[in-house]
Design a protein around this ligand. Sequence first.
Ligand SMILES: Nc1ncnc2c1ncn2[C@@H]1O[C@H](COP(=O)(O)OP(=O)(O)OP(=O)(O)O)[C@@H](O)[C@H]1O
Length: 403
Amino acid sequence: TSQEIPISQAYSPPVRAQSPGPPIVKVVLRQDLNKKILIALIASSTLLCVTVMLLLYLLLWRYSYMKNSFTGINPNHHPDSVRSSVSTKPIAHKIDSVTKGTIPVYEYQLLESATNKFSESNVLSRGGRGCLYKACLDEKSSVTVKRLDGGGDTDIIEKQFENEVDWLAKIKHQNIISMLGFSVYRQTRCIVYEMMQNGSLESLLHGTSQGSGLTWQLRMKIAVDIARGLEYLHEHCNPPVVHRDLKSSNILLDSHFNAKISDFGYAAVSMTQGKNLKLNGTLGNRASEYIVDGKVTDKNDVYSFGVILLELLLGKKSVEKPSTTEPESVVTWVPKLSDRANLPNILDPAIKGSMDLKHLYQVAAVAVLCVQPEPSYRPLITDVLHSLIPLLPLELGGSLRIL
Ligand SMILES: Nc1ncnc2c1ncn2[C@@H]1O[C@H](COP(=O)(O)OP(=O)(O)OP(=O)(O)O)[C@@H](O)[C@H]1O
C-alpha cells in the first residue's frame, strides 16, 4: 500500500535546505561589517600615528627654533659674529624680542675679543654704570659696546638694561640709535650699538671745541633730526613712547652729522606713572611735573627738547655748576630770549651773526614755548618739527630754498 506522506513533511526539508533565509544573509552582512570596521580602525590609527608624528615633529622644530632664538642665531646676521650664550637664558624670557627671535644675542667671549679684552685703549667713554668700548666685529666696520658692570644698584641696572634692549628691538628709525645685539654673562650686561663717529651733542657743544664745529645750519639740522625721532616715538609708536631722559649727552651724531636719540633705559609708555624706574641725576633737562608727580607724558620730552634747543642757541650747558654759586639751569635765560633786541648778543659766540635774524626769533620762540612750566601750553613735537623744517635748507632735509 502506498504510504501517504503528508504534504507538509514531504516538502518541508528541501524547502529548509534551499531557503536563502535570514540566518545566511545575516552572516554575510556581519562579515562585511567586520571588514569595514577593521579597515576603518587601521585607517584611523594610521591617521592618528601620522598626526602624532607630525605634532612631535612640529614640537621638536619649535623647540629648536626657540633654542636658536634664545642663543641669537639670526639668519640675517654674520654667522661668525653671533654665538650662543648659555647664561642668557635666565633673563631671556623677560625680553620680548628675544623670545620672538628678533634680536641677536652675542657671546660675551666674542665681544671680549672684539674689544681687545675690553682694553683701556678701546674705551670711548666712561659712565657711572660702566664703559663704552670701540669694538671690531669684522674687518670692515667698527661698532660700540656698552658694558654695564659699574657700581650702583644692580637691580636698577638690570631693569634699565632690559628696558633699553626691549625698546630698541622694537623701535627702528633713522633718528634713533640702532641696537645690533646684546650679551649677558654672569653679572655683566653688554649692548652693541652702531658706531656714532661724531660722539655726543654734549661733547660737541661743551667739550674742547666749544661748539666751533657746529654751524647755525648744522644746529638746525640736529634740532630737526631730534624732533623727527621724537615725533616717531610720540606719534607713530602704538602705544606712544616717552623717552624720559632726553639730554644732549644722549644725542649722538654719525659721520654725516645725522643726530640720533640714544639711551632708552628709562623709556616708558605714555600716560603711566613713571615710578617703577625712578630717574636720578641731572634734573635740569626734566619737566617739573615729571619730577614732582612722576607723570609720564609726551610733554616731558617736549620740555627736554626745549632745553636742548636752548643749549644749541646759547651754547650753555643744561645746568651750569659754577663752584662759587648755586647751579643754574639754562631755562633761567628764557626771559632774556623774549627781548628781541638783545637776543643776538646772548647767543653762543660760535654762531653769532651767522643766521637770518627772522629765523633766530622763530627758533627762540619755539624754545620758549617748549619749556613752559604748564605742560598743556607746550606744543606737540609734531608742531615743533613743522615750524623748524622751513628754517632748514633743502639739502639738509628741510624745505628752505637758498637762492
Ligand atoms: N653708539 C655710540 N657711538 C659713539 N659714541 C657713543 C655711543 N653711545 C654712547 N657714546 C658716547 O658715550 C657717552 C656715554 O653714553 P652712555 O649711553 O653710555 O651714557 P651712560 O653711561 O648711560 O650715562 P648717562 O646715564 O649719564 O647718559 C655718550 O655721551 C657718547 O659720548
